[in-house]
Design a protein. Structure first.
Length: 355
């Protein structure tokens, strides 16, 4: 017996349009019926800082808009909920707060694989470095962030040295100077230069400079206005244009994992749509690369001198810090990872995304 099969006709365009409208209506209804969620967002810089105004607040505004105000942020800058900057990661991991913007490596020794991006002379742009960092953690270091749902990660525009009074131009003139470092890797770089590293979070730098606890501070241009660094330092030592700067720091914007999992699907989707490598690239470019020239110009307009070391001097600094990479490889290998492989992978990713 022969059965004739009649091909099904394609659905009219108006039917497809009605289906799309119905789907959108259902999603809107789901958002409207969901219980509104307020996320407590904690970070260590003032509300006037570039990170707050260019990254954290815009991200929060976007998720509120896309969720039709069913997902909102209550932002607490300047450690208003208590604790210290090195405690922020544990605050979000333990559910004390819902979301943090922080430097994980303020807690020394816990993010050894990820701190490869804090080694000297690693990154040229915050955008490319941030894309490389996100991809690297995805592939090699997710285990270091258990309990925290990564939303985006980034690096800054690269640290340069800001001096209170002294005006060194050479590696030799750095010997014995007390220099603020952000993290353990930054401190090792300062020590390799012959200076004395004093590790501290960014908010502590102004007092340390004013009381001569340090002679200089390693800080990116982005951090200068946040702590009014230009009022305390009038001499800034930078690298040749386009060259990787002295050091960098990794940042995390992350949510408590249990809090993320507790969200209804439609609100999870809002978070997911504003997470990942593309958002990390946005954070690096908008929050850091885009502010370098304006903040540098503001310092010069305020009477500061920015000295750019010549290429030959730059190479001396690079050579002096070779041991820092070797030390990191040894440390991460002692924890069971292949340090040489990870270092090569990080450098390859930076090169890939910095083209």
């Amino acid at each position: 017996m022969t059965t004739n099969h009649t091909p099904s006709k394609p659905k009219p365009k108006h039917t497809i349009t009605r289906l799309a409208l119905a789907t959108a209506t259902l999603l809107g209804a789901a958002l409207a019926q969901a219980e509104p969620v307020t996320l407590r967002v904690h970070h260590f810089l003032p509300a006037t800082s570039s990170a707050h105004t260019k990254l954290i607040q815009p991200w929060c505004d976007k998720i509120a808009q896309q969720s039709k105000d069913q997902l909102k942020c209550q932002i607490y800058p300047s450690m208003q909920l208590g604790g210290t900057p090195p405690q922020l990661y544990d605050q979000v991991k333990d559910g004390v707060v819902d979301v943090v913007w922080t430097i994980p490596t303020y807690a020394a020794g816990r993010f050894t694989k990820s701190e490869v991006f804090e080694l000297p002379w690693m990154t040229t742009t915050a955008k490319g470095g941030s894309q490389a960092l996100w991809t690297y953690v995805d592939q090699y270091a997710q285990d270091e962030f258990k309990g925290v749902h990564r939303i985006f990660m980034h690096v800054h525009d690269g640290a340069l040295l800001h001096f209170k009074g002294k005006t060194p131009k050479t590696l030799e003139e750095m010997k014995g100077m007390k220099v603020r470092a952000a993290t353990r890797s930054n401190a090792k770089m300062v020590e390799a230069l012959g200076a004395v590293p004093i590790a501290m979070p960014l908010p502590m730098v102004p007092e340390a400079l004013s009381k001569s606890v340090v002679d200089a501070a390693a800080v990116p241009w982005e951090g200068v206005p946040a702590i009014r660094l230009a009022d305390l330092t009038k001499y800034h030592l930078d690298v040749p244009a386009g060259a990787p700067r002295i050091s960098n720091t990794i940042f995390l914007f992350g949510m408590n994992e249990a809090k993320y999992q507790s969200l209804p699907p439609e609100l999870k989707k809002v978070i997911d749509d504003n997470s990942g490598m593309a958002v990390s690239a946005w954070a690096g470019e908008t929050g850091f690369d885009a502010v370098v020239e304006p903040f540098r110009k503001a310092a010069i307009d305020g009477g500061a001198t920015v000295y750019t070391m010549p290429d030959a001097e730059y190479q001396k600094w690079v050579k002096a810090t070779d041991s820092v990479d070797d030390g990191w490889v040894k440390d991460v290998s002692a924890k069971g990872a292949d340090g040489q492989k990870l270092l090569a992978a990080a450098k390859a990713l930076v090169k890939q995304y910095s083209k």
